[in-house]
Design a protein around this ligand. Structure first.
Ligand SMILES: Cc1cc2nc3c(=O)[nH]c(=O)nc-3n(C[C@H](O)[C@H](O)[C@H](O)COP(=O)(O)OP(=O)(O)OC[C@H]3O[C@@H](n4cnc5c(N)ncnc54)[C@H](O)[C@@H]3O)c2cc1C
Length: 399
């Protein structure tokens, strides 16, 4: 979104100076002028009462869609490794690119991340756009947006995918606004319409009761965030390699408003994550109080499982939000999901309904969870769960 100051309209009131978070406006001969710190964020536009700061927004119907080609995945990295969702999207992106007969590329922005580029190749990427700079060591919205928006404007991919994670949701919306593209958030299905070659982006709507398929006809690229664990990771092919295209950027730390002072790991985050686990034992409101999650943790420990939770228990403050499974929590696909005292509301099922094997423990025989469970135990969880833990301990020789 290019922004400029109309000098004829500027009255030199200086209101825009305090609206700019980057100190990017100077007064020159009584008129406001952008300096090199300007990131085109647009924060100054509404501060000008005289209409002197103008944003040039590209009208969607003027976009020449034929200029856009290729499928891109934006990489998310943590502690020197690619996030699982990135590899899931590279795998899925490969299928979309093959259907369109175009290249698949991953954008890897960070600091000292080059060794990760060839991992994307193993999962299907033909190219990796690599941007390394010290300011990109940890994710921050502004520099990542500037770097990736510039790459998109330069190379013009037709599809851009990123994980619907905290980072992906933040970054995708900022990029889409910056480049004037459409964005479908939280997709659970992607396909190519063979007639129009448009990306069909499917996501749950109205509390998961409707699956809506969205197409973006006029704007480019077609952008989507995709939930982790809904796309399957391909088997890696270690013989594949990708072409690396380096992009040099001139980022200045002083021009970035957000500073990372310290990274504090959340307590308990060393526990097995529900999205990584093959077995999950989840607790619901049937547990009655926070302390009773001890029953769930004990069973989980015996099974080497992660601890999951319904939103009711998270809202009650019994367990941190990163354990939440469901529509507004995490999507999981373990081999075994044990739901204890969970009713099976549609929003919970949206996050775990595709687990390979679901076991439900509930004292209400009519609870909806039994509608999706492969095995159901109608009974009091305060009797069933400890009995199960005890039996498993014995069976596994842990007593
Ligand atoms: C927009 C939106 C998004 C949402 N997102 C999510 C989400 O991501 N995840 C999610 O989980 N929910 C979500 N919800 C909330 C959801 O609708 C339900 O309210 C929630 O899942 C209920 O949690 P629960 O099953 O633990 O509690 P309840 O529905 O109260 O069920 C408790 C169950 O425990 C059983 N029970 C009670 N005592 C015992 C006992 N002694 N032994 C055995 N069983 C017992 C009861 O029979 C009951 O079935 C969302 C709701 C909305 C509106």
């Amino acid at each position: 979104m290019p922004i400029y100051i109309d000098a004829d309209k500027c009255v030199g009131c200086k209101l825009c100076l305090s609206a700019c978070p980057y100190g990017a406006i100077d007064m020159v001969e009584g008129k406001a002028v952008f300096n090199d710190n300007c990131t085109q964020c647009g924060a100054c536009i509404s501060s000008c009462k005289f209409g002197a700061i103008i944003a040039e927004i590209t009208r969607k119907e003027n976009v020449d869609t034929s200029q856009y080609k290729g499928v891109w995945v934006l990489a998310e990295t943590h502690d020197g490794r690619l996030a699982d969702v990135t590899l899931e999207l590279v795998s899925e992106g490969r299928k979309l690119a093959d259907e369109l007969g175009v290249e698949l590329a991953m954008v890897l922005a960070g600091w000292q991340v080059e060794p990760l580029a060839q991992i994307a190749a193993h999962y299907g990427a033909d190219k990796v756009y690599l941007v390394e700079h010290e300011t990109l060591e940890h994710y921050r919205t502004d520099p990542f947006t500037s770097v990736i928006a510039a790459l998109i404007n330069q190379y013009k991919p037709e599809i851009v995918l990123i994980g619907a994670t905290v980072m992906g949701r933040d970054l995708a919306s900022r990029i889409a606004a910056r480049i004037g593209a459409g964005l479908t958030a939280d997709c659970t299905g992607l396909a190519i319409d063979p007639e129009t070659r448009l990306l069909m982006q499917t996501r749950p709507a109205f509390g998961g009761n409707v699956m809506a398929t969205i197409v973006c006809r006029h704007a480019r690229p077609q952008m989507a965030t995709v939930r982790p664990r809904v796309m399957k990771k391909a088997e890696p092919d270690l013989s594949r390699t990708a072409e690396i295209i380096r992009s040099h950027v001139d980022l200045k730390e002083q021009a970035i408003a957000a500073k990372i002072l310290e990274i504090i790991r959340e307590e308990g985050r060393d526990e097995l994550d529900v999205q990584e686990a093959e077995i999950i034992v989840s607790g619901g409101r049937g547990l009655r109080k926070a302390e009773n999650f001890a029953l769930i943790r004990e069973l989980a420990e015996v099974l080497g499982a992660a601890v999951g939770a319904s939103r009711a228990t998270v809202d009650a403050g019994w367990i941190p939000a990163y354990h939440q499974v469901g529509q507004t929590g995490k999507t999981v696909q373990p081999k075994l999901y044990i739901a204890c005292g969970i009713s099976g509301a549609v929003q919970h099922l949206a996050g775990m309904g595709s687990s390979d094997c679901i076991v439900a423990i509930n004292n209400d025989p009519d609870a909806p969870i039994f509608g999706v469970a492969h095995y159901g135990i109608v009974g009091d969880l305060f009797e069933v769960v400890p009995a199960l833990t005890k039996a498993l301990k014995k069976e596994l020789g842990l007593e």
